[in-house]
Write a protein that binds this ligand. Structure first.
Ligand code: NDP
Length: 506
């Protein structure tokens, strides 16, 4: 491991510009120590009955909910409205923990006994073992949901987890680690190592599995490092999710959903609506409705210490370079003939880093705002002649994370959805798929590989072992089938029997 830059991380509130705290960055010795503690703690954690691990994780989820300043910490380091910190991030942890620590989670991890067709005297027992130490590397946009949130499944499955939050937003994760200690998560089972990319790289070089959420460029480095050691890596990368609005859609609802899914957390959301593709016949009306929705949005710093108040809809830009990116994409769109309907600039009247929600009409496939991930408060609208053109435009992207289709005809929408190149699609809704934790959600194409949620999202944190054993009731068949069929010396009679069998059954 090379030397790490050891300056502390300076965490500022993006909505006010104020310094919140300095956090010491982990050095190589701290990463090694965390790995050693995790390795030592993991076997005992895995050996606990499922119900016991579940109880502890549920206690932790409730502790986050009940901690009086927890949501404020999320708001302060990310600049997002309290509703998003609490109503989205904390709610998600409770819901995900409920699901994975309940009956469905227990069943997904239980031994799976399978009956063979030919060797009826045998049975196969598929055992789910935890992989060992899982490194979860998180982004800055959801300090809880995409950080501790992605630790819930590997912990449930009996792994030890080391979480490396983004250097810009580590405070929420550090608070989760404190609460974990308080509620009795055994020492070393869940650890947070704050630091920069080098800490992520060091973990990637040592963990038994990596769950990474972030940009495609870092994701490729993680995948290469994991491949070199032949350990699995799940990659949740960016998106360019389309919203297709057909002429028969409920336009007011579609416009409201476009504005919410485009500007929640100022657009810094992986499954956000990145582009709206509207049938030309209803495009004017759609743009008018969306602009009216945007005009109603209240933008500003979230009020801290006011748990019952939702006084802000759109918060700050967490990561400064996102503003430059928004400006570049808007300028490029305008230079190529698009029209800014509303927004288009930073909010210099507000204290911190704010950018006005920006609606762009007349976007076309050659514009950067349609080709690149914006990950910010810019929503381009593209007009297309019909549903087939909408689908072609939607699939014309290197990414494939999420998407939504709006139509009054459910079966038509479903048929289109099956042809949309995305890991997860909503019909007549947007982004709600992230909260349907029962079903897998993950990217295809350059949006990543692997998923979160569902039994699939839990079992991927296990290595499988198959144990083939005698069936307790049919073992008497063994001399006939097992021992005589597949053993030396080969006999002509058995060979003829097999030939007959192969002709009869296949
Ligand atoms: P980055 O790729 O810059 O960083 C992600 C994490 O990886 C950070 O913790 C970062 O540390 C760390 N890291 C940096 N270099 C390395 C390395 N060499 N090895 C291992 N880890 C490293 O992404 P952002 O934080 O900028 O997140 C935004 C991106 O995440 C967007 O593109 C967005 O679409 C995507 N995203 C995807 C989601 C999904 O579910 N598919 C969900 C949320 C976001 P540090 O911050 O300290 O540099």
């Amino acid at each position: 491991m090379g030397p790490f830059p050891n300056e502390p991380l300076r965490i500022t509130n993006p909505a006010t510009g104020e310094l919140i705290r300095e956090v010491p960055a982990a050095d190589p010795a701290a990463v090694d120590a965390a790995l050693a503690r995790a390795r030592a703690a993991q076997p005992a954690w895995a050996a606990l009955p499922f119900a016991e691990r579940a109880r502890i994780l549920r206690r932790l989820a409730r502790a986050l909910r009940d901690d009086p300043t927890f949501a404020d910490t999320i708001c302060a380091e990310s600049g997002k409205p309290r509703f998003e910190a609490e109503g989205i991030e904390v709610f998600y942890i409770l819901e995900l923990t409920r699901y994975y620590t309940g009956r469905k989670g227990r069943r997904a991890l239980a031994d799976d006994v399978r009956r063979p067709f030919v060797f009826v005297n045998k049975r196969a027992r598929v055992v789910h073992h935890p992989r060992g130490v899982v490194a979860v590397i998180g982004p800055w946009n959801w300090p809880l949901l995409n950080n501790y949130g992605d630790c819930v499944a590997p912990l449930t499955a009996g792994n030890a987890v080391i979480l490396k939050p983004s250097e810009h937003t580590p405070l929420t994760s550090l608070r989760v680690a404190e609460l974990a200690r308080e509620v009795g998560v055994p020492d070393g089972v869940f650890q947070v190592v704050p630091g920069r990319g080098d800490v992520g790289a060091a973990l990637t070089a040592a963990a038994d599995m990596i769950f990474f959420t972030g940009s495609a460029s870092t994701g490729k480095q993680v995948a290469q490092a994991a491949a070199a050691r032949l350990v699995p890596a799940v990659l949740e990368l960016g998106g360019k999710s389309p919203m297709i609005v057909l002429a028969d859609a409920d336009l007011p609802r579609a416009a409201r959903a476009a504005v919410w899914s485009g500007f929640a957390h100022s657009g810094q959301v992986c499954v956000r609506t990145e582009r709206v593709i509207v049938e030309a016949a209803v495009a004017d009306r759609f743009v008018e409705l969306a602009a009216a929705e945007i005009a109603r949005l209240r933008q500003g710093p979230p009020s801290l210490g006011k748990p019952d108040t939702a006084d802000v809809d759109v918060g700050a830009i967490t990561f400064a370079p996102q503003i430059d990116r928004a400006e570049r994409l808007i300028a490029d769109a305008v230079a190529h003939g698009a029209r800014i309907v509303t927004g288009g600039a930073r909010r210099t009247d507000l204290p911190g880093r704010f950018f006005a929600p920006t609606l762009i009409d007349g976007a076309t496939a050659d514009m950067a705002v349609i080709r690149e991930e914006t990950f910010g408060p810019v929503l381009p609208v593209m007009r297309v002649p019909d549903a087939e053109a909408a689908l072609r435009a939607a699939n014309d992207s290197p990414m494939g994370l999420s998407g939504s289709i709006w139509s009054g005809d459910a079966s038509r929408a479903r048929a289109l959805a099956r042809r949309l190149q995305a890991g997860s699609v909503c019909l007549n809704d947007a982004m709600v798929n992230y909260f349907v934790v029962e079903a897998p959600l993950g990217g295809i194409k350059a949006s990543g590989s692997g998923f979160r949620h569902g039994p699939e999202g839990l079992r991927q944190f296990c290595r499988l072992e198959t144990i083939v054993e005698d069936h307790p009731l049919l073992a008497w068949l063994s001399p006939l089938l097992g021992r005589e069929l597949m053993t030396f010396p080969y006999k002509s009679r058995t060979q003829r029997l097999l030939q007959r069998f192969m002709r009869l059954f296949y």
